[in-house]
Design a protein around this ligand. Structure first.
Ligand code: NAD
Length: 363
């Protein structure tokens, strides 16, 4: 019999086309009266729109969010938040922006309201990362879990398709690893399988029309489901490899997830047959939206095919990895103990990395 322990700690979610308009009332209900809006430089316009919507409830916009939250940036944002007397932070953007808000939840201790515009899923987790002198440190802390998520599909209509694809593969990776995590449970299984199905189906629809607001909505729901799985389960080989490759070799976050996922699944498949069957079932169910009927494929191959169909990068070489760094990457992946269905074997992980580097379709 499968034993499990389950405890839900989930943010309030407000979902709908145009849901952004409800943010002022939602912040009032949270008791936030002086919100600092954060965004990346590229999304400053949206950040300013949100600040204008909040009116006197906003103390300004900090539009300097950057990938992996450098500590200097976190300090500068904290200083600005103190100077402005902020009592809450509104993160408008992708995982980088949510990541900066999480740093502000730790210091100076602001309450977070997240308005996600990618599918990274960070808004649904209590995980955070900070990069100090090129080294990314991650942790979990209940304070960084947003109190509120506003999902408004209209805000991601302009998310370029190439970013939509890799970002969704990042989400699907959360769900896939959640299915074989040591703390998986029946509730998370259902959410993970549906997250994978609806995420893959949304991509096939977005490939036809990136401004399909219903498909954008389905993609955000998928991101929420997958992010919630990530927030409730323990990550394994796939996420660890991605953190190593992103953190130590500077590879782009979502793209690394897309490239590594099929190979991490192939590695774990012999030790996690039930999880693989669920991924296969989810992707087969999603394939009704694909341009042509798809033959049955293993979970690893089906993920690879989904990515290839949508033009995602499928090799580490294509996203800037150097062949001479593969050995060190394998060593780093072996360094810390972490749960994984198949034991970590240095030679097999080195071979996995070689296949990911070459972009070989797994069986
Ligand atoms: P990102 O936030 O860096 O966004 C990618 C780019 O897309 C940015 O330039 C951004 O300005 C732009 N962008 C975002 N939304 C847009 C939109 N709607 N239209 C046009 N452009 C838009 O990338 P990401 O993949 O969302 O997040 C990656 C970061 O999130 C990494 O640092 C990763 O470690 C972190 N992350 C953390 C967790 C967690 O649970 N803690 C989970 C997933 C990701």
């Amino acid at each position: 019999m499968r034993e499990f322990v389950f405890e839900a700690r989930l943010p309030r979610v407000v979902f709908g086309a145009g849901a952004l308009a409800r943010l002022p009332d939602e912040l009032a209900a949270l008791g936030i009266e002086r919100a600092l809006v954060v965004s990346t430089p590229g999304q400053r316009g949206l950040g300013e729109r949100v600040a204008a919507l909040l009116g006197a409830r906003s103390v300004g916009v900090f539009a300097r969010a950057a990938m992996h939250v450098p500590v200097e940036l976190a300090r500068a944002a904290a200083e600005e938040a103190r100077r402005l007397g902020a009592d809450g932070v509104v993160a408008v953007g992708g995982g980088s922006t949510t990541g900066l808000a999480k740093a502000l939840a730790l210091d100076p201790g602001l309450v977070i309201a997240a308005v996600p515009t990618t599918y990274a899923g960070s808004e649904a987790t209590s995980g955070y990362g900070l990069t100090d002198a090129g080294l990314k440190k991650t942790g979990r802390d209940a304070r960084v879990l947003p109190r509120l998520i506003v999902y408004d599909p209209e805000l991601s209509l302009g998310l370029p398709f190439a970013i939509s694809v890799v970002s969704m593969m990042n989400a699907i990776a959360h769900a896939a690893e959640g299915l074989y995590a040591p703390d998986a449970n029946p509730v998370m299984d259902v959410m993970a399988e549906e997250g994978i199905r609806s995420g893959a189906a949304a991509l096939d629809r977005l490939a036809r029309d990136g401004r399909d607001v219903d498909a954008r909505g389905d993609a955000l729901v998928a991101a929420w489901l997958c992010g919630t799985v990530l927030g409730s389960t323990t990550i394994g080989l796939h996420h660890k490899l991605c953190h190593t490759l992103g953190g130590s070799f500077g590879l782009p976050h979502a793209e690394v997830h897309a490239v590594v996922l099929p190979h991490a699944l192939a590695y774990n498949a012999p030790a996690a047959p039930e999880a693989m069957a669920k991924i296969e079932r989810a992707l087969a169910a999603a394939s009704g939206f694909a341009p042509a009927p798809l033959p049955h494929a293993s979970a690893a191959a089906a993920v690879f095919d989904l990515e290839r169909r949508h033009g995602a990068p499928t090799s580490l070489a294509a996203i800037g990895m150097r062949a001479e760094d593969l050995d060190r990457a394998a060593d780093l992946a072996m360094q810390n103990e972490y749960p994984n269905p198949r034991p970590l074997e240095r030679d097999a992980i080195r071979a996995l990395l070689q296949r990911a580097y070459d972009g070989v379709r797994p069986d």
